[in-house]
Write a new protein. Structure first.
Length: 340
């Protein structure tokens, strides 16, 4: 979809929201749509995010993967929309899969990871309506027009918006949260601890980060320059924030056993203490890619790591069997040092 067409679609849905769905709209002074209640509840949402345990979101690429994740007792699962709407998957089959997940107390988000264009806009709307009708618990979107459509037609279904690297600054994130009514912002696969800390300090948006999978990399920048607060903050706030961030700079005690192996592009196990300390709402882990560990292996490792780190982040260490299960360590290599 061309830039001019995209602007027309976005403006069309802004007008539609204000006219058709009055309880959803509110106008900020710069003309952006503000979902009703987002300003009033932002403080409470932020406080809740700090108190809530970090959520593990397991990404699957097929209905078979969804079933396997449910049987593994995964609580939060993200399913690619292409799998949910495969030609061989009828609406009834998808609805049954979602119902099975709900019966096992699992929640299913559906990811729309491709941008619609002029030719596919109608079909994307129909696909979104279909997965919501089948019982999707949340929508992961990266198209603003589709997100606004979901806000108008399915306001009770949480919308998680995925940003690009060029749209991940605090002002843009906050604008997207207000304009789209996004319950959560999902950061790009390449991010940094410094960036996440800045966003948490300057925005009330819930954040989700990719922590395991191909091309998923969180840079653990702990140098003095990266402990600096955003330049837009008052000096009295930034100095305090800088000291607090540097003091809270936590990582696995045996991080070297992991990072020296060259695996930082695949997993952020060593950064779990920092992610938890910063109040990240959820971490995404991917499955089903070529050579990936099994769904049970990935879930068991990350579930155990999160639980261990949440209970005692100051003494958190990376365990050898985690690396072995995830294929990050040769089990026959005695030279690698890791905890039990």
């Amino acid at each position: 979809m061309g830039g001019e067409t995209r602007r027309i679609v976005l403006n069309r849905w802004k007008i539609f929201l204000s006219a058709w769905h009055p309880q959803m709209h509110g106008w900020h002074r710069n003309g952006d749509i503000v979902v009703h209640g987002s300003r009033e509840t932002s403080s409470a949402s932020s406080a809740a995010c700090h108190k809530a345990p970090i959520q593990l979101m397991l990404h699957v690429s097929s209905l078979g993967g969804l079933h396997e994740a449910v049987e593994e007792q995964v609580a939060n699962i993200c399913l690619d929309h292409a799998a949910a709407l495969d030609a061989n998957a009828s609406f009834a089959l998808v609805a049954d899969a979602f119902r099975h997940a709900h019966d096992r107390d699992a929640k299913v988000a559906v990811s729309f990871c491709n941008l619609p264009n002029d030719a596919t806009w109608q079909s994307y709307r129909a696909m979104l309506d279909s997965v919501v009708g089948a019982g999707a618990d949340a929508l992961l979107l990266d198209d603003q027009a589709l997100c606004l459509y979901a806000a108008a037609h399915h306001p009770s279904v949480p919308r998680h918006f995925r940003t690009t690297a060029s749209a991940s600054s605090a002002p843009v994130i906050e604008r997207l949260r207000l304009q789209l009514g996004a319950a959560r912002i999902v950061l790009p696969r390449l991010s940094s601890i410094g960036q996440i800390a800045d966003l948490r300090a300057a925005s009330t948006a819930e954040l989700q980060v990719f922590a395991f999978g191909p091309a998923c990399r969180i840079i653990g920048d702990r140098s003095a320059t990266n402990c600096m607060a955003p330049s837009s903050m008052p000096k009295n706030q930034s100095s305090g924030m800088m000291a607090e961030r540097c003091a809270d700079d936590m990582h696995a005690a045996n991080e070297d056993v992991y990072t020296t192996g060259g695996h930082v592009n695949l997993s952020a196990l060593h950064l779990l203490p920092q992610l938890i300390n910063l109040g990240v709402a959820a971490i995404s882990v991917e499955t089903g890619y070529p050579g990936a560990p099994t769904v049970p292996q990935i879930h068991q490792v990350w579930r155990e790591a999160i639980d261990v780190c949440s209970m005692a982040p100051e003494s958190y260490v990376i365990r050898r069997h985690w690396l072995e299960q995830l294929g990050l360590l040769d089990s026959k290599d005695p030279g690698k040092r890791a905890a039990g």
